[in-house]
Write a protein that binds this ligand. Structure first.
Ligand SMILES: [Zn+2]
Length: 242
């Protein structure tokens, strides 16, 4: 990883904007000038923003660096929010992230064209026709106080196979049985449970062109799944994965 990649990676996974001095320390730049030089270049390329503000790490007011969001995906999400029958379901503001150069967003599984699927409803024909693909998905448990719990996983075929095994887990499907019981318990506590799938913009990894199509490969699905779990853990997000 080059210093520039390290800086981009740090900024893309950080919750707070950060100053050049702190970035230089974190990414082991030889000098503050090196971090400053790289950040100005990234800002010229519009990959990050540089504004006066508060650096959460050194607690001083300085020029701080922040990754830029990717507009097309944000627009897509805000459109979806308007059309959604239950906007409270989509109120999570962490539905888009940049991972170095991996841009992804989560989208709720729909039961039909205008409603979101909710556990433990049965699968609709709409779902069986639309979601029979290799997928990275997350269960979202929404508590009444707007807190969330997630379970992130991947599958070769979301509908009907994988979702079916959550609805009616077989005797040997330990994880699905555990989650099925947990989910029913959360429902009794007044939670809502929905299912999201992951979309990402095509990206290059070494010489590989990775697109949504590439999820046919189980190793690639697991790599992206694990990268996201790693990221959530680093952000302190509550996960049911163990
Ligand atoms: Zn600082």
């Amino acid at each position: 990883m080059t210093r520039k990649d390290q800086i981009l990676f740090y900024l893309s996974s950080s919750l707070h904007p950060i100053c050049d001095d702190c970035l230089a320390e974190i990414t082991y730049c030889s000098t503050r000038q090196e971090a400053n030089h790289i950040c100005r270049k990234l800002s010229e390329r519009n990959l990050i923003s540089r504004n006066k503000g508060y650096c959460n790490r050194c607690k001083r007011n300085k020029i701080i660096n922040q990754i830029r969001s990717v507009n097309p995906i944000i627009n897509q999400n805000s459109l979806q929010k308007k059309d959604s029958p239950d906007p409270s379901f989509l109120s999570i503001n962490e539905s888009e992230y940049i991972f170095s150069n991996i841009v992804y967003s989560w989208h709720p599984i729909q039961a039909d064209t205008n409603s979101i699927y909710q556990f433990p409803n049965s699968m609709t024909p709409y779902m069986k026709s639309l979601y029979k693909l290799p997928t990275i998905y997350r269960w979202v448990i929404q508590f009444q106080d707007k807190k969330y719990l997630y379970y992130i996983a991947e599958t070769e075929k979301l509908c009907p196979n994988r979702l079916g095994s959550y609805l009616n887990p077989g005797p040997s499907q330990e994880t699905n049985k555990r989650l099925h019981i947990l989910f029913l318990d959360y429902l009794r506590k007044g939670c809502h449970i929905r299912l999201d799938y992951l979309k990402f913009a095509p990206f290059t990894l070494n010489s590989y062109q990775i697109s949504q199509e590439s999820l046919k490969n189980a190793n690639l699905r697991r790599m992206i799944e694990h990268l996201i779990i790693y990221h959530y853990e680093n952000q302190g997000v509550s996960l049911l994965n163990r």
